[in-house]
Write a protein that binds this ligand. Sequence first.
Ligand SMILES: Cc1ncc(COP(=O)(O)O)c(C=O)c1O
Length: 482
Amino acid sequence: MSSASTLYQRVANRVLRLIEKGVYPAGRRLPSVRALSRRMRVSINTILGAYRWLEIRGFVEARPKSGHFVRARPQGPRPIPASLRENPVPVAVHKLIQEIVRNSSVPRLIPLGMAMVDPRLLPLARLNRILSSVARRMPELAHSYADPAGYEPLRTQIARLAADAGAEFGPDEIVVTSGAQEALHLALEVVCRPNDAVAVEVPVYYGVLQAIESLGLRAIEIPADALDGMNLDALRAVLKQYRPRAVVAMPTSHNPLGITMPESKKRELARILAHERVPLIEDDAASGLHFGPVRPSPAKAFDSQGLVMYCSSISKVLSPGLRVGWIACGRFRAEVEHRKTFRTSANATMPQLALAEYFEEGAFGRHLRSLRNILAGHVDLMSRAIRRSFPIGTQLSIPSGGFHLWVELPLGVNSLELYQLALRAGITIVPGPVFSPRGRFENHIRLSAGRWSAKEERAISDLGNLVRQMQCCGGSSSTMQM
Ligand SMILES: Cc1ncc(COP(=O)(O)O)c(C=O)c1O
């Protein structure tokens, strides 16, 4: 199943490369669906899926009865240079991130920086009913210590969900954690010692940097290609030169880029690391929020040596507040459970009981389908609003999942200054430098489309005006074209 999703993405990427190389210039008609299906020996549906993918992202326009045409000025993120390789560095992002996270939840601010979906899109009423029912029916169990590894029926449900995505691990491989954040922290803690080097793809979710900082590790950057994720040549070079203790990656619905590595590349990533005996810490916090029709397999599906530590949670799809995450630990199972027990004894029991019942009911798949369709719509609307409001020179990511947009501002516009100005205007954003151990991405911001209404649309327009004002010394005030 999962190969179908990557097939249409691969076709889309191939067509995109031809567009970027000028083989199909702006205004040119692309090969017909039928002709391309014959030429590439894939089904008509696969080509239709690929063209639709390109259409949603603004590269291609479908004209009734005429076919698909390359749009005048396709937007796409600039590739991140593969030559970033430099010595591992200690990380010091803590204070800025803390401030950003605190501001993200101030109610009077419009939270374009918050990595959380609109609570109205979550089945909170159902979860609350199950929680009270659990408290009523199992009062003693609900108030007892849980198994340090996590409530067994919940671990079984988690293993079933992972199997649907092609990753095979049993309940015994899983340790339930306080969100994906604790899973990432535990994974790093188990395989690294202070001062060790850890390789992270950049941009990287800032929570990974917080964990690296708190454990006294050093980070080394591996650039992520804006179309298909971590640059594997750079990875090979880093492995050879610095022998990092672990590699942290988010191969599916990456935060902040929104991209998903093709399955073949995930397989290769797992193979390279298995060959070098370096653990992969896989962050799959946006699991289930893919925009394509088929759920992509995680890299864990290609773990032949038990070296992939798979971290995920319910925070983006059900409830960030219940603080339930997990780690499928591979060969590190005993050590992870040991550390978890040391630190917190176990996760809170009641959320685990309730969640196991919620998964057992079988409504989760339907909820996910609806949620990801809504989020894909939000991302599309936010992308259009940015294209309308931000000045020329702005570049946008093309997410294939999740709800974040990675925005490259025109050169010279400093995202930390924009962050301060936006705060004064009542809007939160996340400035680019917190996504890099070296404080790169000075002219990037992450915007989140977890909620979308006229209020957020106005906030995007206000942000666009702020960017123009910051730019005005440099001149241009024209609007970015599609
Ligand atoms: C990529 C990524 N990983 C991990 C986490 C942490 O998730 P949790 O809230 O489950 O701890 C987040 C939360 O924003 C995230 O975006």
